[in-house]
Each structure stands twice: as C-alpha cells, then as structure tokens.
Design a binder for this molecule. Structure first.
Ligand code: GMT
Length: 379
C-alpha cells in the first residue's frame, strides 16, 4: 500500500505513534509518505520506503493567522496525485481530520477518491476538541472519516460521550518497539546520577498542565523523606519553570535533574526504578508503556486509558489525580521492598508485551484493508 501519514512532527505522543507506525509499515514493505511542516522527531535517519513531504507554506502580510490548514490541504492533494497514494492516515483530529476531508473533496472533484483514517489520540477529544471553537469541526470530520481509531477503550468511550458520533470507532492500542525499548545495562551512567545507590524516579512528558508536573515534585519530596532517591525530569513545556521553582522552594535541587527533551529515552529508563505519571487526564499513557517495556513499574493516576496500561497492584499502583499522599505511599512501599519491586518489574514487562508493535501493527494493516474495501463504492 501507499500510505500518507499526517501528524504533528513534535515530541507529542501522537507524533511519536504516527512516526513509529509509519516506520513499522515501511519495514513491512509499504510505501509511507509523511506530510508535515517539519521532519518528525523520530524520523532521524534514512529509511527505505519512507518519504517526507514538507508542507509548502507561503506567508503574506495580510495573514494575521497563518492559513496553515489551506497549505496542508494543498500539499496533501499534490502528494496524493503525484505519489498515487491509496490511503491517508491522519493522527490527532485537530486540524488534520478536517484538512484531510477538504483534500479528499478536492481530489474527488478531480475524479479520485482517497479514503481517510483518523486516529484520535487524547486531548483532541478530551480537552481541546470539546472547546466551542473546535467541537463542530471535530465532530463533523470524525463522522466523515472512512475509518476512525482510538488509542484506548477509554478514549473511544469519551468520544462517544462528548460528541454525537454515528459511526464505528475501532480501538487500536498504542504500541511499543521492543527492539528499541528494553532494559539495557547502563550501570556506569546510573553511578553518575545516583552515586550512593539511591533509587531513581523519572517523569517524561511535554510538561503541560494536564500532566500535573508539580505533583511529580511533591510526590518525590515525600518519597525522598523515606527512601534515598533522585528524580529525572525529562521533556519540556510550559509547566517546566513552575516545577523548577517548586524544587527550589522545597530545597530539592540537589536531587532533581531537569534534562529537557531527550531522544534516547530508553537509555534513561534503563537506569530508573520507578516512573511517575500523575496526569489529570491521559487517553493511553505511552510514556508509561515505554517505562514498563524497560522494566520500570509505574505510579499513575487512575484516569482515562491509564488503567488499561498500568494494572493496579501488578505493574504499579494507581490513585486519584491529585492524591499525592497515596501516590507517594505506593512509591515508598514499592521502593522499600526489594522482592516486591523485582516482581513488579517483571510484571510490568509482561504487561508491556501485550502492546508489542508486532501485534498491533497488523491490526492497523487489517483496518487499512477493511477501510479500502468499504470505500470501494465511493470511488
Ligand atoms: O497530550 C499529550 O500529552 C500529547 C498527546 C498527543 O496527542 O500528542 O498525547 C496523547 O496521545 C498519546 C499517544 O496516543 C497518548 O499516549 C497520551 O496519553 C495522550 N495524552 C493525553 O491524553 C493527555
């Protein structure tokens, strides 16, 4: 198949999933065309069967708001025509589903039908998508897509609850590439971060409000009172200055490292003992899955799709968002009991295996074929 992938090229989870999916499909012999405004972050190397098309944008002094959607639609039309694509797979509904719909209609006027699959990722539904400035467009473009997937059962339920949807939504879970995410020996590195054998806790995110990053710092303070430990804060975003300020106020700076955006997350996870993800909302929690694949148990909130990934009392523990005391107590319990910690590490890996790329990728392939077949009549 010749597949066009439209996504955000940044460090956000949807862009990561889209890129890893494209690379996986290319390895299985499909021709994959990324259409984005910048090369996706995880598309760092040359890959056979993978092509990159930058959105062709022309600015003009009249435009107070750049008409990026128009430029993206025009680029999609051009790539579909020139590369003869079979299918468009758009990640994150805003604005990609609506833009793809526009491109589809332009192409149809030229006598060509290209089916669209929209993958819903999270905040496009649960947070931004429901705002009045987006909701009618999100709802319409989901209903108009030829296929729609959600990355968890919880996100599917949220979509059906928040919007008036009269079509099926397929749950296809996010996945993990075990070639990359697995525990490797980085003892020398561990000694630098935790020279006295302290426990290492980690958090990775894009530091937005929804991640409750300050809770991570507060949980860590409680843990550190009982267990000698260090905290790695990986990623960047609007809440980072607040989290750093809180560390100063709490006199934690000697034990907390803000590492900014990192490409080799798996090397950092390799030295970690516990992962914290206390989000207000989380449709899936890819960051938690990446940790579990590296044998790191997870303390998370119990919202959205997190309970589908992190199993309470098995791969880690869950608590209500904002319940810092409970999360800290669970962390202390796990870090103070060597046998339990070892068992949770093993169980985290077992659970992560359910989301192996090699299981999930064929689900996407099958869904592509099904969608192509169902859209035959529209051609
Ligand atoms: O909101 C984010 O943190 C980024 C966002 C995205 O779409 O870029 O992530 C969402 O999609 C990820 C990949 O499917 C999921 O693993 C995240 O749970 C989800 N984030 C939220 O729901 C907050």
């Amino acid at each position: 198949m010749k597949i066009g992938i439209i996504c955000y090229p940044t460090y956000g989870g949807s862009g990561v999933v889209a890129t890893e999916l494209g690379l996986g499909l290319a390895r299985r012999g499909h021709e994959v065309h990324f259409i984005t405004y910048r090369p996706p972050v995880r598309l760092a190397h040359f890959h056979q069967n993978v092509f990159y098309h930058e959105v062709d944008y022309e600015d003009y002094p009249l435009f107070e708001y750049p008409p990026y959607e128009t430029a993206l639609a025009s680029t999609i039309v051009d790539v579909v025509q020139y590369q003869n694509l079979d299918l468009l797979h758009v990640h994150y509904a805003i604005p990609h589903a609506a833009v793809a719909y526009m491109a589809q209609k332009i192409l149809l006027a030229q006598g060509r039908y290209v089916p669209i699959i929209t993958t819903l990722h999270g905040t496009d539904i649960t947070l931004v998508g429901t705002h009045r400035t987006f909701a009618p467009v999100v709802e319409f473009s989901i209903n108009q897509s030829d296929g729609v997937t959600a990355v968890s059962q919880s996100l599917k339920n949220d979509t059906l609850r928040l919007f008036s949807i009269h079509r099926d939504i397929r749950v296809i879970y996010n996945f993990i590439d075990f070639e990359r995410f697995r525990k490797v020996n980085k003892e020398h590195f561990k000694k630098i971060i935790a020279p006295e054998g302290e426990r290492i806790l980690a958090h990775t995110s894009n530091f937005r409000k929804v991640k409750r990053v300050e809770d991570v710092v507060r949980i860590f303070r409680r843990v550190r009172e009982h267990v000698p430990s260090k905290l790695l804060m990986i990623g960047d975003g609007p809440e980072r200055p607040n989290a750093e300020r809180l560390c100063r106020q709490m006199n934690l700076c000697a034990d907390v490292r803000f590492l900014g955006k990192q490409d080799a997350i798996e090397e950092l996870l390799a030295i970690c003992d516990l992962f914290l993800i206390p989000s207000e909302n989380e449709s899936f929690g890819l960051a938690a899955l990446e940790a579990m694949a590296c044998e790191v148990p997870v303390i998370s909130s119990n919202v959205g799709g997190l309970p589908e990934v992190n199993i309470h009392g098995v791969t880690g523990f869950l608590a209500d968002p904002g319940d810092i005391e409970a999360m800290a107590s669970y962390a202390i319990l796990l870090l103070s009991n060597e046998a339990m910690h070892k068992q949770f590490r093993e169980q985290a890996l077992q659970q992560a295996r359910r989301f192996d790329l090699n299981h999930i990728l064929p689900e996407y392939e099958a869904y592509y074929i099904e969608t192509l077949e169902n859209s035959q009549t529209k051609r």
